[in-house]
Design a protein around this ligand. Structure first.
Ligand SMILES: [Zn+2]
Ligand SMILES: [Zn+2]
Length: 246
């Protein structure tokens, strides 16, 4: 297991945390990465290529006992994130024929839903929003008065500093209970081999944020999405049980 607290001096990124990947991923990150999903305890889980992964599972525990990662390459966590993120774009190219029509469906569905939200609740016109983490609700207010309440889950966020998309389930700063709906989106991504839905973070802009939101809203049957601007980008949330507060 990698030790996230250890650091190394990366020629590209300077001092950074250590992560471990197999030498084949190090040579060519543009292939499927086999690794656990990130967690607060293990943000950059050891990653393997398909053949190392197969070898690993066949040899099972004995390999693990023998040290498991004798050939693993130590790299910096930012190089790990870069490589893994780029693999998502590469793998999506191979699934384009299935992805394009699905995305286009999801996108027009989202447009209809956003239109309805705007007509019925005028969320876009409220001057403030607050997220109540304890109840998982978002409150939209005007002139200090709450006007609309909805159940909301974090979908993910776009960073305009690193130009990346980060799924909520990989965002260790979110508290439990605020993103669990999104596991269904990840499961769907696994089943359909849509790497953008399973790779935690990848190069992206705001359009990607809306696209991932469209996919999420469709799959979790939400009423729509809300894009909350922040200092370093945008956070996208799904909205369910939308109500006017009177
Ligand atoms: Zn390998
Ligand atoms: Zn690096």
């Amino acid at each position: 297991m990698s030790k996230p607290n250890e650091t190394l001096d990366c020629p590209i990124h300077g001092e950074a945390y250590t992560a471990f990947i197999c030498p084949h991923l190090a040579d060519d990150p543009n292939q499927e990465w086999f690794c656990d999903y990130p967690s607060a305890e293990n943000p950059w889980p050891d990653a393997k290529c398909a053949s190392c992964h197969t070898g690993f599972t066949e040899q099972g525990a004995s390999n693990e006992k023998a040290g498991g990662n004798l050939n693993a390459k130590k790299i910096c966590h930012l190089c790990y994130e870069d490589g893994h993120g780029k693999s998502a774009a590469y793998l999506m190219e191979l699934r384009q024929a299935a992805w394009e029509p699905f995305l286009s469906d999801a996108f027009s569905e989202l447009e209809d839903k956003q239109q309805r939200l705007e007509t019925e609740y005028k969320i876009g016109h409220s001057d403030r929003w607050d997220y109540d983490q304890r109840h998982g609700t978002i409150l939209f207010s005007n002139a200090g008065t709450v006007v609309v309440r909805a159940a909301a889950q974090f979908i993910g966020s776009i960073s305009t500093t690193s130009d990346t998309w980060l799924w909520s389930w990989a965002n260790t700063s979110l508290i439990p209970g605020t993103f669990e709906d999104l596991f269904a989106v990840r499961d769907f991504g696994e089943a359909h081999r849509f790497a953008k839905l399973t790779v935690p973070m990848w190069p992206a802009d705001e359009v990607d944020g809306w696209e991932m939101s469209a996919v999420a809203v469709k799959l979790i049957k939400a009423k729509g999405a809300y894009r909350a601007p922040g200092k370093t980008g945008f956070t996208f949330m799904s909205l369910k049980d939308v109500h006017t507060v009177s």
